[in-house]
Design a binder for this molecule. Structure first.
Ligand code: UT7
Length: 331
């Protein structure tokens, strides 16, 4: 039987209109543009404003744009996977809302929750359905309205996150180009360093949890930073080794965008120069599950068929990993 490879055949994204600058944050919390820029690389982030709009609102826009770009009839979609840490509801899945809104009624859909590594986990999961020959069109969306769980009185976290969504289409490859390998890991012993304290089944919402501000992101930044640098580097080195690749052979590093310093440390370990790193953090901040597809969207025009891409992510859980892919079309 002929081997099937899952190819990324299209990318799209969506960012809400409102732009939150470092200058506006200076008016909200005790911070300054110089600190934010030098410690994180972030200048602006987009925020979804308005009542009754969750992550699915942005996911829908990203998928609609993807369907248009790839000339896809929504009825032909087999599966929609949404990676999100800020679902519209505890249930049903945000993927289900997105599928309905874009008119994908011949598919099944579900969410993946792996914090900032969710998009890589979802991409790898989607690729398996294509590789097995089970499905022909899988949409993977990463969508997060981080502003819904950011405490805008906490300077340590409010400066980091932004809202957005990105989506990719996975289809059987015409040749050998596509998603080849993944190295994914979790270590739940570290969960407490980065989590939302209440709102789940362990600590359901109550007046007390709201008064204690427990529905926001809690992060021990320095601990996460240290593990992120080693985790992203380990995952990238591992994927290179397993695929007999030297760092110099990699065309693009597609990293989760949490902190410019973490990204640069990973690239340095791989021996990659700056021009091979996809970087959008300065414009969008940390958009969690949207960061990787938004990188692909913004760099799509520079991508060439056959180029070698290493994806890498690290986040809450801890959950981290890397994926090796070759690009399937000229951007
Ligand atoms: O995507 C999910 C995974 N998340 C990550 O990968 C994030 C990893 N962590 C980080 O990116 C960094 O740890 C942060 C950007 C969150 C913080 O940078 P840092 O260099 O680790 O700073 P720090 O937390 O060690 O704080 C250093 C100092 C502290 O002051 P003192 O105690 O030295 O006087 C903080 O209070 O910087 C202070 N500080 C700030 N100052 C101005 C913290 N936040 C701010 C701020 N503005 N916004």
């Amino acid at each position: 039987m002929q081997k099937i490879t899952a190819a990324i055949t299209g990318v799209a994204g969506y960012l809400p209109d409102y732009v939150l600058t470092n200058q506006e944050l200076e008016r909200l919390v005790e911070t300054n543009d110089e600190w934010i820029t030098s410690r994180t690389g972030i200048k602006t982030r987009h925020i979804l404003k308005g009542e009754n709009m969750g992550s699915s609102h942005m996911g829908v826009k990203a998928v609609q744009s993807l369907l248009e770009k790839t000339n896809t009839n929504p009825a032909d979609i087999d599966l929609v996977i949404c990676a999100t840490t800020t679902p519209d509801f505890v249930f049903p899945a945000t993927a289900t809302l997105i599928a309905a809104e874009v008119g994908a009624f011949n598919c099944f859909s579900y969410d993946i929750q792996a914090a900032c590594s969710g998009f890589l986990y979802a991409m790898w999961a989607g690729a398996q359905f294509i590789k097995a020959g089970t499905y022909k069109k899988v949409v993977v969306v990463g969508a997060d309205k981080m502003s819904a769980i950011v405490d805008y009185t906490d300077r340590a976290t409010s400066i980091l996150f932004g809202d957005g969504a990105g989506a990719i289409m996975l289809e059987p490859s015409q040749d050998e180009d596509g998603i080849h390998d993944a190295f994914l890991r979790t270590d739940g012993r570290y969960w407490a360093h980065l989590h939302q304290k209440a709102g789940g089944s362990r600590r359901p919402p109550s007046i007390e949890t709201v008064q204690n501000r427990e529905h926001y992101i809690y992060q021990e930044g320095a601990v996460v930073f240290k593990h992120a640098v080693t985790g992203m580097a380990q995952a990238s080195e591992e994927i290179l080794k397993r695929n007999n690749l030297k760092g110099s052979e990699v065309d693009w590093l597609v990293p989760h965008q949490a902190n410019k310093r973490i990204i640069e440390a990973t690239a340095q370990k791989m021996g990659l120069p700056e021009e091979k790193i996809m970087l959008v953090i300065q414009k969008y901040g940390n958009t969690t599950n949207a960061s990787i597809p938004l990188c692909l969207r913004d760099y799509e025009s520079q991508l060439k068929k056959g180029q070698k891409l290493v994806f890498a992510a690290f986040g809450g859980g801890f959950a981290w990993g890397s994926i090796y892919a070759t690009w399937a079309y000229n951007g």
